[in-house]
Design a protein around this ligand. Structure first.
Ligand code: 2F8
Ligand code: CA
Length: 147
């Protein structure tokens, strides 16, 4: 259960939160490349426990919010770029349980990438945003064993 320096071990997964530097925002694809370079990918928060644990950390960092502030999102590994309206995790699985904000996903303009935002209500924490939009992001990767 070893994570790279600066990563957080949570429920058997290592997570990287792009929190620390307020100037480092990236498009969804750039954020994904960043994660891959470090041996991971954008976070797949396909289980309720994972989602709740990550929202908790985001809330601790930015403060929970009553409504979504669209500048304060964190890209996750969820997209409908292959087929509009069919949301898939980066591991190829279909989204079963989503935590969208009221009225989302609305594909406003053309929004194929999902982000999570600080919220009081963790079950309304997602929005679909344009993939080129620059946000923070969350990477995940498998822990390495000690060597
Ligand atoms: O009102 C919801 C709406 O708010 C913003 O658009 C005005 C979001 N845009 C970005 O985050 C870029 C929409 O995705 C969101 O649906
Ligand atoms: Ca939207």
């Amino acid at each position: 259960r070893h994570c790279l320096p600066g990563w957080t071990f949570l429920n058997s997964v290592c997570y990287y939160f792009a929190f620390s530097d307020d100037f480092s925002s990236k498009s969804w694809h750039e954020a994904r490349e960043f994660c891959k370079f470090l041996g991971g990918d954008l976070a797949v928060t396909d289980r309720r426990e994972k989602h709740l644990a990550l929202i908790d950390l985001i809330n601790k960092y930015q403060g929970p919010a009553g409504s979504i502030d669209h500048r304060r999102g964190f890209w996750i590994g969820l997209t409908d770029v292959e087929e509009e309206g069919t949301w898939k995790w980066l591991d190829g699985t279909r989204l079963t349980e989503g935590y969208w904000d009221n009225g989302e996903p609305n594909n406003q303009g053309n929004e194929d990438c999902a982000a999570m935002y600080p919220r009081n209500n963790p079950f309304q924490a997602w929005n679909d945003a344009p993939c080129r939009h620059e946000l923070k992001w969350i990477c995940q990767r498998t822990p390495t064993s000690a060597s």
